[in-house]
Design a protein around this ligand. Structure first.
Ligand code: GLN
Length: 267
């Protein structure tokens, strides 16, 4: 299953955060350690969205194919620095196309979104929920993939003005109610917040005195994000997030709230 990373902190070059650390997102393409529920590598594409100080909307790069094979990204990454980003490497769910537009992060306005998981039986299993989406949203789906439908359902809530953490929670609940076997580790950012869920997949959090990182798998924290107060000397600590949690982090604090018990419909 895909791997994703969200970062808020001092500006760091994309290669310093995603390519060079020990067990970086790059290494997680061929040697992930905690995939769970199938999938062995994450080679069906990747994407990075990064927030910029001179424009409201983030920049984004997505491509299909393994991250290690993209010489252009490796060449550009040292020249792009950001204090907030979302990155993901993809392991395509069965019966979905391996195309650039199916790769996270999905983007709208300031929002960046990634889904680590799958919705079995889609699109039929999501038919009832898809009826809530108007034609424009359906025609603008990035790709015929379950994650793009989950993103459309979440974006509808965000566009309606629902607070983002509530919108993420409620989207997870509505999808799991419709498809109880759905795997739903979600990650959303607007450049000031990281909002994530754990629903059957791995996620860890690392907070230093000047940065916070949420990631499917822990990796070496770059020097710029380590902070320099005496209390954080040495390798920063990663903490595994238990299953069934909503994580909300900004530059100052992180909160972990259990997701609600989900009442499943009678079969
Ligand atoms: N279902 C999504 C996709 O294909 C995410 C897959 C994953 O987490 N492995 O692309």
């Amino acid at each position: 299953m895909c791997r994703h990373v969200g970062y808020l902190g001092p500006p760091v070059a994309l290669d310093e955060l995603l390519l060079r650390p020990s067990h970086s997102l790059l290494e997680q393409t061929w040697a992930p350690k905690d995939m769970r529920h199938g999938g062995t590598v994450n080679v069906d594409g990747f994407g990075v969205g990064w927030y910029r100080s001179d424009r409201p909307e983030p920049g984004r790069y997505r491509t299909c194919g393994p991250m290690w094979a993209d010489e252009n990204f490796a060449a550009l990454a040292p020249d792009i620095s950001s204090g907030a980003l979302v990155g993901a490497v993809r392991s395509a769910t069965k019966s979905t196309p391996v195309v650039r537009t199916a790769c996270a992060p999905f983007l709208s306005g300031r929002w960046l979104f990634s889904h680590n998981g799958s919705v079995p039986g889609w699109p039929e299993s999501l038919a009832e929920l898809v009826e809530k989406l108007d034609t424009t949203r359906l025609l603008n789906l990035d790709a015929p993939v379950d994650s793009a439908v989950v993103w459309a359902l979440l974006l509808r809530r965000l566009d309606d003005g629902q607070p983002p953490a509530d919108a993420v929670r409620d989207t997870l609940v509505e999808v799991v109610r419709a498809v109880p076997s759905a795997r739903m580790n979600l990650l959303l950012s607007d450049g000031d917040l990281l909002i994530a869920t754990t629903w059957t997949h791995a996620l860890s959090v690392c907070r230093t005195d000047n940065a916070v990182i949420l990631a499917s798998e822990p990796f070496g924290v770059p020097a710029a994000a380590r902070g320099d107060s005496p209390g954080t000397a040495g390798e920063p600590r990663w903490q595994a997030v238990p299953d069934g949690y909503l994580v909300v982090a900004d530059r100052v604090e992180t909160s972990l709230v259990p997701l609600p018990e989900i009442e499943l419909r009678d079969p």
